[in-house]
Ligand binder design. Structure first.
Ligand SMILES: Cc1cc2nc3c(=O)[nH]c(=O)nc-3n(C[C@H](O)[C@H](O)[C@H](O)COP(=O)(O)OP(=O)(O)OC[C@H]3O[C@@H](n4cnc5c(N)ncnc54)[C@H](O)[C@@H]3O)c2cc1C
Length: 313
């Protein structure tokens, strides 16, 4: 494999693959290092109904497979490799994957952000089949149903509020007996007649059934954090809202980040603080976190990189 590239893309979610499609079509022969989750976060969900162009929705893994094939067809080189270290202190930039070393004129970072999960085996089993980490994405599937939201910060409270547009009942489960979220959000959820609370409780297990090969979540086992008592709670959905972690560990001390580790880009662009290094998708977005916004910013990064490279020549 060629070890020098004009455009080096780290990550193969909607942001990275869109950047790859644009850079390839600009004749920049991009390479994409796909990381440990080729296709990104959408590969752990089922139905995606809000990505434009698919009238009847599409399965997340299938959408990402199509994007990958499209990127390869127009000339991107997608490699099942992980980036383990970078050196952006001089140009060309150096990118390492374990003991292999590559150089690049420009780099697009699209390593995403991982939703923090509870870490239960049963949670992964029903992910996309009742369990979700994104209310905006999946709330629509829970019309007139009972859903649970786990978490106690602003995100959990906002997601609970949002879910009352669809669900008949939303129960917030939180391990403490008070919320971390802002007073204004706490007041808002307390006033919402569709929202109930189960405090000092943790989810011990996700329960479900499997019929004709189709898995469906049916409820949870909750444990009281004070008494230790365990109870069963029936529900149709479980939204995990305990935070997101941007995948930026390898860029610490190299690129500007906010206090949560999200990469900082110059407003209205994908430029990071290092010239020639661009960021796209959830890795630099703690607000929208959608496939279409990630794809849109991947397009921005490719165009920014292309124009920046041209200006260097
Ligand atoms: C359960 C769930 C359901 C969702 N449903 C929807 C939905 O219906 N609609 C919607 O619009 N959005 C949905 N989302 C959100 C959507 O998936 C994200 O907004 C989107 O995937 C972000 O794209 P991205 O390209 O920025 O990053 P990601 O999709 O997170 O991809 C990151 C990529 O970076 C790679 N990577 C990370 N570290 C490295 C490294 N060191 N070296 C190389 N590669 C690396 C990973 O392997 C991965 O390929 C959902 C998210 C979840 C978790």
């Amino acid at each position: 494999m060629n070890s020098h590239h004009k455009v080096f893309i780290i990550g193969s979610g909607p942001a990275g693959l869109t950047a790859a499609i644009y850079s390839a079509r600009a004749n920049l022969s991009p390479v994409v290092f796909e990381g440990l989750q080729p296709g990104g976060q959408l590969t752990i969900t089922t139905e995606v109904e809000n990505f434009p162009g698919f009238e009847n929705g599409i399965q997340g893994p299938e959408l990402m497979e199509i994007m990958r094939k499209q990127a390869i067809r127009v000339g991107a080189d997608c490699q099942f490799k992980e980036v383990t270290a970078v050196d952006f202190s001089k140009r060309p930039f150096t990118i390492k994957s374990y003991d292999e070393e590559y150089t690049a004129d420009s780099v697009i970072i699209s390593t995403g952000a991982s939703a923090q999960l509870l870490g239960l085996e049963s949670e992964s089993k029903y992910m996309g089949n009742g369990v979700s980490a994104c209310a905006t994405c999946d709330g629509f599937f829970f019309k007139n149903l009972r859903v649970l939201v786990v978490g106690g910060g602003d995100t959990a409270l906002e997601e609970a509020n949002y879910l009352t547009r669809h669900a008949s009942e939303v129960i917030i489960i939180h391990r403490r007996n008070e919320f971390r979220g802002s007073k204004i959000m706490v007041d808002r959820v307390k006033k919402n007649p569709k929202i109930k609370f189960m405090l000092s409780k943790v989810v011990k297990e996700v329960l479900g059934k499997e019929e004709s090969g189709r898995k469906t979540m049916t409820g949870v086992l909750l444990q009281d954090t004070v008494t230790g008592a365990v109870e069963q709670l029936d529900a149709d959905g479980l939204f995990i809202a305990i935070g997101h972690k941007p995948n930026t560990a390898i860029f610490k001390g190299v690129l500007d980040m906010d206090e949560k580790g999200y990469l900082v880009t110059k407003p209205g662009s994908s430029y990071t603080n290092v010239e020639g290094v661009f960021a796209a998708g959830d890795v630099a977005d703690k607000t929208y976190r959608q496939a279409i916004t990630a794809a849109g910013s991947g397009c921005m990064a490719a165009i920014d990189a292309e124009r920046w490279l041209e200006a260097q020549e």
